[in-house]
Ligand binder design. Structure first.
Ligand code: NAD
Length: 338
């Protein structure tokens, strides 16, 4: 017997991944309904993953029929506001895919709607749920407080489709994960950014798919992001490659799943180069990716705890994205406004 009933909205590639994840925890969550504006898309997705549920194309009707405990929004970014507002207005909490919205104005409306309805709206920033990332965060506490945090992201990604035509494919579609991880790792908020987006001559994308950004974070920490999606060879991990420098030493992680983060803590007080003590992070198994998001969300519904990705917090990662794009367009240092 499931404790919670959910309606999924969006039956595309990612919607089906959510459907499979929820099906695998049917003792906790029943998929009561599935909605997609494309006729029959929800019904065929339900068939494909082998569940029987209410299906249709109208979310309000689905909520009235199914009476879910929460809605999972896996639509395109341009539809996130509509789906979230409809659900919250009906008094139903929302677990939504990233990015929160297609603009900061929309995102602010969504946060306000969560406050007005007094219902949880959490954005699933699923790459946060990673045993190595949380081990790295704990290691960083040992070298901190931090003054420097760097991330490198270099992958030659041949998607084809809409990303090849977008104006800022790397920053809009991918960097939100890395920016969000940076906030998580330094446990800090952004202040301002200087960013340049550019497109190397060999790029197969129309828009600028490479970028360098320098963020000032609260307390003066500088977080730098260097990345490209048109970088062939010597790829980094999708989690990026990290270096964190604090008063007591340096911690690094190459972002690779089975490589634990490591650090060197300064232990000597003399000499041109001080003696160091090496340290390897203790990595503890935990639910990862979408499964981690779902457990965080369910725990919040059960206990009232604030999950990672709660909208008041997640909007700060979105703000980093839009400030970086504005900086790149204007060639100015831009405050990260919430
Ligand atoms: N966390 C990750 O690593 C990750 C990876 C891929 C995609 N995503 C995110 O997941 C979301 C969905 O991505 P996708 O690749 O599945 O897209 P997709 O285009 O394959 O599917 C989106 C579906 O939503 C439906 N839809 C659009 N507007 C709707 C509305 N108002 N009501 C109901 N249905 C609607 C479309 O018909 C489509 O079937 C996006 O926000 C994307 O950024 C996240």
């Amino acid at each position: 017997m499931s404790t919670f009933k959910a309606v999924i909205v969006g039956a595309g590639a990612m919607g089906q991944a959510w459907g499979s994840n929820l099906k695998s925890i049917s003792n906790q969550v029943e998929i009561g309904g599935w909605v997609d504006i494309r006729p029959d898309a929800a019904a065929s997705a339900a068939d494909k993953i082998g569940i029987s549920a209410y299906t249709g194309s109208d979310l309000e009707k689905a909520i009235a029929e199914v009476k879910p405990d929460f809605v999972v929004d896996v639509t395109i970014p341009e539809s996130h506001k509509e789906v979230t507002l409809t659900s919250l207005k009906a008094g139903v909490p929302v677990l939504g895919e990233k990015p929160m919205a297609a603009s900061m104005a929309e995102a602010r409306e969504m946060v306000a709607a969560s406050e007005k309805s007094d219902k949880l709206y959490m954005v699933s920033q699923s790459r946060r749920y990673d045993k190595n990332l949380s081990a790295y965060r704990s290691l960083i506490e040992k070298v901190g407080p931090l003054g420097i945090l760097n991330s490198d992201f270099y992958i030659g990604a041949h998607f084809g489709g809409f990303r090849d035509e977008m104006a800022s494919p790397l920053i809009l579609d991918m960097a939100i994960h890395t920016f969000d991880a940076a906030r998580y790792l330094c446990n800090g908020d952004p202040v301002a950014v200087y960013c340049e987006e550019f497109n190397p001559p060999w790029s197969w994308y129309s828009g600028d798919v490479s970028a360098t950004a320098i963020f000032e974070m609260v307390g003066g920490l500088r977080y730098t992001y260097r990345g490209s999606w048109c970088s062939e060879g010597q790829a980094t991990s999708w989690e990026a490659e990290w270096r964190a420098v604090g008063a007591k030493g340096t911690a690094t992680w190459d972002g690779v799943g089975d490589h634990p983060p490591t650090a060197e803590l300064v232990s000597g007080e003399e000499g041109f180069i001080r003696a160091i003590t090496p340290l390897t992070a203790e990595v503890v198994e935990e639910p990862s990716g979408i499964a981690g998001s779902i457990q965080d969300f369910l725990n919040a519904l059960k206990t009232g705890a604030t999950p990672m990705g709660e909208c008041h917090d997640n909007i700060k990662s979105l703000a980093m994205v839009f400030a970086a794009i504005e900086s790149s367009e204007t060639r100015q240092r831009i405050p990260v406004a919430l």
